[in-house]
Design a protein around this ligand. Structure first.
Ligand SMILES: [Zn+2]
Ligand SMILES: [Zn+2]
Ligand SMILES: [Zn+2]
Length: 763
């Protein structure tokens, strides 16, 4: 007796070898029927004896191809048809439109083995790939995902590759970027002026140049890297000077896990992340001593390390290179370079040589960065390898385009119960990045076939993302407050839509009162919020300049704590800084000239870092706070006493008592390491107190954490632990960055529910 089922499978099931997998599983069990791609995913009809069918369905769930992600399987009985065999049926082009696209994926073990096998026809071929690995998102021009719609279009398959492509039993069946030495892209080495260097083996020659200390721009999957050997201090300094990147840590690439372990401590989950098909940069605690040049990650206890992810990277590192600096191929804060000619022009002043190839990158995508904190891997940048895999929402929402904030910008498009967050776009502070932002929106709308009904934007009137949103016509525009978006993103990630307490701690975001918020305790759900607590306001003297010059914040906190007596305090800062400079700043503060008010938590960290003489000016936002975290001692300490005052149902945490205790400790000769530790615990204590009071007021027991301050390992770990001890259930972000790189998700989801509330009208 035979049975027949229709099986509908949704998720990432197209372009990842799903139909041949089904075909092979059906054939192996002598089942009959067919499989085809549809607008929803993959559909098949399958007929045969029950035990074989059950085993077939088990295999779909348990043995699906590595790049697929099944989100649902529906099985429906049908009358039997008695067809003779199992077939793959052609999909109709217009029906593949809403299928999910796979992200770019690191070279798989099978391809890596062939790459290193002298008998294989693709021995040392830098673009080897198969259905289970290789470029996807970065080469797709349009959908459906077919070779003609990718940057592989100019390369006609040779007969051997074409035969693989057509064979359902081959690992390269329908592998769109399939290529070999005969028919595919090739690498070439160029000099600084763009002139091609004649060499039989560009990769070996590149390795030799790196070993001589030259800077080489290497074209990768989502853009160019700038590479130098990581143990050459002089070369690393030269790279920093030319790239105008003075202090931010530089990423490393090592040939294998064993080499990584010689530089840094690697926990099991971190090793898994390093070797995962997403191949992100993983932040790992440095081993001391280590052979890496000090300039790679100054003032930092961590290295950002990745393993090779393209065959080209493997071939390069196989030449005896132990560790390369591999930093984004861009100048300062511009987007990463992707075109060869563009690279010669824009990177010509940085790189001495260029290792390029002739497979175009359609859409740039920077390396992703993750760190393991408080029991979970958390992205700091979610980009190459992860995008465009969606975040699945608890229920379908309207199609929304969310424009993100300013720093670490990403955009988000929603469709049904899926939220697609873009790759890292960057700091929206220049025209190049703005153009990339617009290009990414247009591209994602096209390949995901989403026509948004709503645009969500940050309330800050000067953000380029906000201005872009406000220029759009004929579409509903919804502003979402910055810290509310951090909260909503955390709720969305956890599939929650109920009132919770939200701790949104970051550097800055525009408040509904026109001030600069950043140390916020909200009560809200996905569609509304109330501000129920915050750090006490104080002036931000010089506005944005105070971000680059934390000494300004220190003076502002000192003035808040001591008034005119601040000069009587025995502080290193007051000795370094000319009195007239401080007086000038005080005048600005007193008169309120260019001194907006802020409740920022990030600025409190900056201020304390400057106060204890750690960092008076910085090269990038958050650097002082990061260094304050890094110097912390490990011994148990008690927090400083905290003062929370409240009126009109809004609690305010006073920084003055904290600042006074820091100053006292300095006067008593307490080490900066101990002060830093105490300060961290004090911030945790202060916000915990507010949560406890709000629980008394509201009965709410869930706390959602969001905002860039939670990139701080100590703060996240201690805050979760402290709130748990108080009996709270704590939610934090691990699918999207807690920094502004994840804010587009919260904006998108919040905009939908705000709109729903507006339509319902006041209750
Ligand atoms: Zn492969
Ligand atoms: Zn070929
Ligand atoms: Zn923020």
């Amino acid at each position: 007796m035979n049975t027949r089922y229709r099986v509908t499978i949704q998720g990432i099931v197209q372009g990842v070898g799903f139909r041949p997998f089904i075909y092979q599983q059906a054939r192996a069990r002598r089942l009959t029927g067919f499989v085809t791609n549809t607008s929803h995913g993959v559909e098949l009809e399958i007929e045969g004896p029950d035990p074989a069918l059950d085993d077939f369905l088990r295999a779909i769930r348990q043995e699906a191809p590595p790049l697929s992600r099944i989100t649902s399987i529906q099985v429906q009985p049908l009358p039997t048809e008695g067809d003779g065999e199992f077939q793959i049926r052609k999909s109709r082009a217009q029906e593949t439109r809403s299928a999910l696209i796979s992200p770019d994926t690191a070279v798989c073990p099978d391809c890596l083995r062939e790459l290193r096998d002298p008998l294989d026809r693709r021995y040392r071929y830098p673009f080897i790939n198969c259905t289970n690995c290789g470029p996807r998102y970065t080469i797709i021009r349009d959908i459906p995902y077919d070779r003609e719609k990718t940057t592989m279009a100019p390369f006609a398959l040779c007969p051997a590759c074409a035969a693989e492509y057509a064979d359902p039993f081959n690992r390269r069946f329908h592998a769109q970027p399939n290529a070999c030495w005969q028919c595919g892209p090739q690498v070439a080495l160029h000099d600084q002026g763009g002139g091609r260097i004649a060499t039989p083996d560009p990769l070996a020659e590149t390795a030799r140049l790196l070993q001589e200390g030259w800077i080489v721009a290497v074209k990768g999957l989502g853009g160019f890297h700038l590479a130098v050997e990581a143990d050459r201090e002089e070369a690393v300094r030269r790279l920093r000077a030319r790239k105008q990147r003075e202090e931010k840590p530089l990423a490393l690439m090592c040939p294998d896990l064993e080499t990584v372990r010689s530089l840094a401590w690697v926990e099991e989950e971190e090793a898994e992340a390093l070797g995962s098909r997403e191949r992100p940069i993983v932040l790992l605690r440095k081993k001391e001593p280590n052979p890496i040049a000090p300039s790679v990650a100054p003032g930092n206890r961590y290295f950002g390390v990745m393993l090779p992810y393209t065959p080209l990277h493997y071939l390069l590192l196989d030449q005896g290179l132990e560790a390369l600096v591999m930093t984004s191929g861009n100048l300062s804060e511009e987007p990463i370079c992707i075109d060869n000619d563009e690279a010669f022009e824009r990177l010509g002043g940085i790189a001495d040589y260029f290792l390029v190839h002739n497979r175009d990158i359609h859409l740039r995508s920077d390396d992703s960065i993750v760190q393991r904190v408080s029991g979970a891997l958390r992205p700091l940048r979610r980009s190459r390898g992860f995008v465009p895999v969606p975040i699945f929402l608890a229920e379908p929402i309207a199609p929304v385009l969310a424009c993100g904030a300013e720093l670490k910008n990403t955009v988000c498009l929603t469709k049904g119960d899926r939220a697609f967050i873009s790759q890292h776009i960057g700091d929206l502070e220049n025209l190049e990045t703005l153009n990339f932002f617009k290009l990414t929106i247009a591209h994602l709308k096209q390949i995901l076939q989403i026509e948004p009904e709503v645009i969500a934007y940050d309330l800050h009137p000067d953000y380029l993302s906000t201005r872009f949103a406000l220029e759009q016509t004929g579409i509903e525009l919804i502003g979402v407050q910055h810290h509310f978006a951090h909260l909503a993103g955390c709720l969305a990630e956890h599939g929650l839509n109920e009132k919770v307490i939200g701790l949104s701690l970051d550097g800055s975001g525009y408040g509904t009162d026109g001030q600069i918020w950043g140390g916020e305790v909200l009560v809200g759900d996905l569609g509304s919020f109330e501000r129920r607590g915050h750090l006490e306001y104080l002036p931000l003297p010089g506005g944005a300049r105070a971000i680059r010059e934390p000494w300004r914040m220190a003076v502002s906190y000192l003035y808040q704590a001591y008034g005119e007596d601040l000069f009587d305090q025995p502080l290193p800062l007051l000795k370094h800084c000319e009195r007239s400079k401080i007086e000038l700043l005080l005048q600005m503060i007193r008169k309120g000239i260019n001194s907006p008010l802020t409740s920022s938590c990030g600025r409190l960290f900056d201020g304390v870092a400057a106060l204890i003489g750690l960092k008076e000016t910085v090269a990038y936002e958050g650097q002082a706070a990061m260094e304050l975290e890094m110097i912390q001692g490990g011994d148990p300490e008690a927090p400083y006493a905290v003062e929370v005052v409240g009126d009109a149902g809004v609690y305010r945490i006073l920084p003055q008592p904290i600042i006074r205790r820091v100053v006292e400790d300095l006067g008593r000769g307490i080490s900066r390491e101990r002060i830093s530790r105490r300060f961290h615990l004090t911030v945790v204590e202060a916000f915990t107190r507010v949560c406890v009071r709000l629980r008394d007021d509201t009965g709410l027991e869930k706390v959602a954490l969001g905002g860039g301050v939670f990139q701080n390992r100590t703060l996240l770990t201690e805050m979760e632990a402290r709130l748990n001890r108080e009996g709270f259930k704590v939610y934090s972000k691990s699918l999207v960055p807690t920094n502004d790189g994840g804010i587009s998700l919260g904006q998108a989801v919040a905009a939908h529910y705000i709109r729903q509330n507006n339509r319902k009208g006041p209750a």
